[in-house]
Design a protein around this ligand. Structure first.
Ligand SMILES: [Zn+2]
Length: 92
């Protein structure tokens, strides 16, 4: 499930249950209403492996760990910070 974290201090999230290979930006970033779950700074939306695949299939709405809200993200692609394998789809 997606997590919202700021890029300055709390990225990438160190999830114990989930791997978060990349992030997307919420609609309206950097003036979106989506804030880091830890510190309240402007946040991006980290996606787990399944969600990255869903994003690439066209899904743009993701949920966090509870039913408080869903987040709509933009069309600018998944950003994979440490893309050592040279995945040609990394930033699409
Ligand atoms: Zn933060």
């Amino acid at each position: 499930m997606a997590l919202c974290r700021c890029l300055q201090k709390h990225s990438p999230p160190n999830g114990r249950k989930h791997n978060y290979p990349g992030y997307v930006k919420p609609l309206g970033f950097p003036k979106s209403a989506v804030l880091c779950g830890r510190c309240g700074a402007q946040g991006v939306v980290w996606l787990d492996d399944d969600e990255v695949n869903l994003y690439r299939k066209g899904q743009r709405i993701f949920s966090g760990p509870n039913a408080f809200a869903k987040i709509k993200v933009d069309d600018n692609g998944v950003i994979i910070p440490n893309n050592q394998q040279g995945d040609k789809n990394a930033n699409t």
